[in-house]
Design a protein around this ligand. Sequence first.
Ligand SMILES: [Fe+2]
Length: 197
Amino acid sequence: MSNFSSIRHLIRGMTDAVAGDTHDEPRLMERARPLLADLISSDDWLPDEFAQPHPEHYQQYLLYCDPHERFSVVSFVWGPGQRTPIHDHTVWGLIGMLRGAEVCEGFELAGEGSPPRATGTVRLEAGGIEAVSPRIGDIHRVSNAFDDRASISIHVYGANIGGVRRHVFDPLTGAAKEFISGYASPNMPNFWDRSRA
Ligand SMILES: [Fe+2]
């Protein structure tokens, strides 16, 4: 039986938090971190439908979106060896490792025509949390740490991340290209059926 109490608790907590000042990014990230830490401390709740890797590329499933699109929660599912391009977010985000591990390489732009400069690499293990935002460093490349199994992280963002206009960056020239990620599935999970508790 899945335990949905932690995801419901996170959704309630973030709904309360954004009802205050949506633009107070440090406060929202501070509020989100313990809720996400609690959520990823057990791996008994993510429905299988939202944990499915794709053979060719990573998957981003929407788990919840605030009605005013002030925050969203997604599962990010990595097939063996998969990785993102170098990209930004343009909004705050927390990345919590649920299953497996991933490698986050940070970058900063180095000017027109120059490759983005590496700023450091972090390996995120299950239970670990990383943060991104334009304020603290927003550009990175993320890879599944494993070549032989899937990894899954749960992300909380300060917007409907699948609808945000953002950028990928060429690793050789730093040239930016706009993208809107969308989501891997038209479905969202139902965490609200109390008869299952
Ligand atoms: Fe990212």
